[in-house]
Design a protein around this ligand. Structure first.
Ligand SMILES: C[S@@+](CC[C@H](N)C(=O)[O-])C[C@H]1O[C@@H](n2cnc3c(N)ncnc32)[C@H](O)[C@@H]1O
Length: 389
């Protein structure tokens, strides 16, 4: 067991040679690899462990877990400390050396750390896994690699895969794969003209592709579904608030085939996939708020995009203004519908008023008759009393 001082000394040597840590891992003796505060990835560790514990259907110490693009290995190490058999794959040696240091310090022999490109993932090379952690890597791959990568995950995963990362808010560009269309936006990974050494030292970025393709949530869902997953969920709890709101946590499950009993027609109906976008129409009671949010989000991502590609921004602005025209058309037709409804109600109210007046007149007449009758009765009593005298 190393003392705090020895740990600190070894760590300084590693950081000097390989650069800083990203994951904040507690190695015992009061030693944290980054700080004694909480970092973003710490909340993800909690979230991923909770998801797997809740959904894997088996105890953690019976699971085989794959941690893709594992960086300093925090997720894989956590699962290994719960007894799982773990493989961590990372493309940069400088990142994995630190994971190896953590593994050795923690005395774990149930986690294997491999320097490899995640695009080399295959069942033949790595075998099958109950759980795949795919955090912070899908959005670092370009097309067509990203498609093949998700397909490979579908091949090696027998239980569940956690896909955590940024998605594109806007379906700006389309890419074709195996006859299907996927939507998203390009993202520049390295500055133009970056040297191989600069790229290698860019510890959190892609390995060699100069840009990557961020899929929209809908396209990512379609891709997971076409890669053999039977359902996909978005996780909202435990709470994890990231720096950016375009980061999502999806859980894709490998389930068994099902035969529907109450709706047998669906058994022979081809699987449904998402279109480019969902309709921009919400329930009338909150349509205007919805349009504001959607347009606000797009404007936000447009501002970011403007720096990367002014040309594309112009195209998106045109699409956005089209959307506003659609929203205006919608509101015009909604106003027209309400106006007609108002006229209908107005004439209905007029009918009701007439009916009400007619009934009132009848009541008045009846009352008059009633009064006359009682007058007549009182008169006849009076007459008979007079006669009696
Ligand atoms: C943003 S970090 C995410 C790390 C970690 N999975 C997490 O969620 O905290 C991206 C990581 O992917 C690694 N990486 C990028 N492209 C890769 C590739 N093609 N193969 C293997 N690793 C890659 C980078 O070296 C880096 O460690």
């Amino acid at each position: 067991m190393l003392t705090l001082e020895e740990l600190a000394q070894r760590n300084v040597a590693i950081v000097e040679k390989y650069g800083p840590w990203t994951h904040n891992i507690y190695l015992g003796e009061g030693f944290y690899t980054l700080s004694d505060g909480l970092e973003h990835a710490d909340y993800r560790v909690k979230l991923f462990l909770r998801i797997v514990s809740d959904l894997a259907g088996k105890p953690l110490n019976t699971l085989r877990v794959l941690d893709l693009a594992c960086l300093n290995g925090i997720y894989g190490l956590e699962f290994a400390m719960h007894g799982a058999q773990v493989v961590g794959i990372e493309g940069r040696e400088a990142n994995l050396v630190k994971a190896q240091f953590a593994k050795d310090t923690l005395g774990l022999d149930n986690i294997e750390l491999v320097v490899d490109d995640v695009r080399n993932l295959s069942r033949e090379k790595y075998g099958l896994f109950d759980v795949v952690i795919c955090s912070g890597i899908v959005y670092h791959l370009d097309t067509p690699d990203v498609f093949g990568f998700i397909e490979k995950i579908g091949e090696v995963c027998t239980g569940l895969t956690i896909v955590d990362g940024h998605i594109s808010f806007t379906p700006n560009e389309k890419r074709e794969y195996k006859g299907e269309t996927y939507w998203g936006r390009s993202y520049r990974e390295h500055v133009p003209g970056a040297t191989a050494e600069e790229i290698e030292k860019n510890l959190l970025a892609s390995l060699d592709n100069s840009s990557s393709f961020w899929l929209t949530l809908l396209s990512l869902n379609n891709l997971l579904a076409r890669s053999g997953f039977t359902s996909v969920y978005e996780c909202h709890y435990p709470v994890r608030i990231e720096r950016y709101r375009d980061r999502v946590t999806l859980v894709a499950m490998k389930g068994k085939p099902l035969h529907l009993q109450t709706t047998p027609l669906l058994n022979d109906t081809p699987e449904q996939f998402y279109p480019r976008q969902l309709p921009d129409i919400a329930h009338p009671s909150q349509q205007s708020a919805y349009t504001e949010i959607a347009v606000g989000q797009e404007l936000g991502s447009l501002l970011k995009q403007l720096e990367d590609s002014p040309d594309r921004t112009v195209v998106t602005l045109a699409q956005l203004s089209g959307k506003l025209v659609d929203a205006k058309d919608y509101w015009q037709s909604e106003a027209e519908r309400l106006r007609l409804e108002f006229f209908k109600l107005q004439s209905y109210t007029r009918d009701l008023e007439q009916e009400w007046n007619a009934k009132n007149r009848r009541i008045d007449a009846l009352e008059t008759r009633l009064n006359q009758q009682s007058l007549r009765a009182r008169l006849s009593t009076l007459v008979s009393k007079l006669r009696g005298r």
